[in-house]
Design a protein around this ligand. Structure first.
Ligand code: HMG
Length: 392
């Protein structure tokens, strides 16, 4: 039985910062951001678009009424959770209207946790082939103003429907996972912003890639030429180029050229969205599927998932014949192209004014000027209870 991705979609908030404008204000050569980091724009979430609202928006765009009756598990991967106890999955369950007999849970391990969710879903569907699993990966990457990480921020959510007999990508059951307790990037409970040891995090990413790919290669007697393309966790698009370079010794010239060509398609979305942590690998996969010419059916794509702290996994997706018919390419392109550009002052104002809850547990805040009536948004806090809905 094949198990894998039957549907995949994404949502990003409707506001962004232009990296050239940010570079000028920070007195940095714009080519450092455009070429050195490899980012052109970054999505910025106003207070109305938190991890839950973004995930609900990504989910509503891909689910039919029939899906909502068949889903029996919702896995919400995030490191931007809004509650220490209640999972984001429960809010999304209600907002998008999924039937009540569902297992709902939130997962955490930095950017890696959506891949843990994918593997949990695979096992669940193997036991219950009739079920469908909704996997959500939703995050806001925030390092703060004037920090080294600032040009690698972003915001967005990916929603994936997993099932037996998937129409987009079968996931192979063999994979290789690697864990090492390190402090390359972390966010303690008392901090809104992430802490990072930037250079060390790049090294840790590459070491974890080599460890997980090495393990997969040894166990499966695999070779990089077995794959049509490689897709990586993309915290910023230069990082994936570093990953390709790190593996170059094992590639023929032809394979190197093929991987590099596909990489350009695989970063089109990430280049203008930024880091969306748990969703970044899957945004890159979506970008490849939607922006590259049709991949041959049964082509095998090698995927590398990385989450600081650190956990990595190398696994394989197999492209299904006719997959392009089940993607929402036009809608995704429109979503990216119709965003509203923030001035650097507006962006700085947003980042320095998070939602504040008063002693009675209430918070209301001015709605962003840029909200679609179709979007679920975070509206207020009333007696410590978060309120979500759509603008009327
Ligand atoms: P930095 O110190 O600002 O930048 O940190 P730099 O001085 O290293 O320059 C970056 C690149 O720009 C260099 O190229 C420069 O040569 C180049 P490289 O050596 O890397 O190939 N450059 C230029 N290129 C063209 N024209 C110019 C120019 N000037 C310089 N004029 C860093 C960069 C990425 C470290 C920083 O932004 C950061 O700390 N970001 C956050 C951490 C991060 O994204 N780490 C990635 C690996 S860890 C990971 O992926 C996990 C994560 O997603 C979290 C999770 O798991 O939850 C982050």
């Amino acid at each position: 039985m094949k198990i894998g991705m039957d549907k995949i979609g994404f949502f990003t908030p409707p506001t962004y910062v232009d990296m050239v404008e940010l570079a000028k204000v920070r007195d940095v050569d714009p080519n450092k951001y455009l070429i050195g980091i490899g980012q052109e724009k970054m999505s910025i979430a106003s207070n109305n678009y938190d991890a839950v609202a973004m995930a609900a928006n990504a989910a509503q765009a891909i689910l039919t009424e029939e899906d909502k009756e068949q889903i029996d598990m919702i896995l919400f991967a995030t490191e931007s959770g809004v509650d220490q106890s209640k999972s984001g999955a429960t809010w999304v369950h209600d907002l998008v209207g999924i039937q009540p007999f569902v297992r709902s849970v939130e997962l955490k391990q930095a950017c890696y946790s959506a891949t843990a969710g994918l593997q949990l879903a695979m096992g669940h569907i193997a036991l219950h082939p009739e079920s469908k699993v909704l996997l959500l990966a939703s995050d806001i990457a925030k390092y703060g103003l004037n920090t080294g990480g600032e040009p690698t921020q972003g915001a967005g959510a990916v929603a994936i429907l997993l099932s037996a007999e998937p129409r987009i990508l079968e996931i192979e059951k063999e994979s290789a996972t690697y864990t090492e307790d390190i402090d390359d990037f972390w966010r303690p409970n008392y901090s809104e912003l992430a802490f990072v040891d930037g250079k060390y995090s790049n090294e840790a990413y590459l070491n974890t890639l080599k460890a997980s790919w090495g393990r997969y290669k040894d166990q499966q007697h695999a070779n990089l030429s077995d794959f049509e393309a490689l897709v990586f966790h993309v915290p910023y698009t230069k990082m994936g180029r570093k990953a390709l370079q790190a593996l170059e010794d094992e590639m023929t010239e032809e394979v190197t050229e093929r991987f590099n060509t596909y990489y350009e398609s695989a970063i089109r979305y990430n280049k203008t969205v930024g880091n969306i942590y748990t969703g970044s690998l899957y945004l890159s996969l979506l970008s490849l599927l939607e922006q590259a010419d049709e991949l041959p059916s049964d082509a095998r794509i090698g995927l590398f998932s990385y989450g600081s702290g650190a956990v990595g996994e190398f696994f394989i997706g197999k492209v299904q014949a006719g997959y392009k018919d089940y993607l929402q390419t036009t809608a995704h392109e429109a979503q990216l192209n119709n965003r509203h550009k923030l001035s650097i002052e507006e962006y700085e104002d947003l980042l320095t004014h998070p939602v504040e809850v008063d002693e009675a547990g209430n918070a209301s805040f001015t709605a962003s000027e840029v909200i679609s009536k179709e979007d679920f948004i975070f509206m207020a806090v009333r007696e410590h209870r978060r309120q979500y809905g759509k603008m009327n």
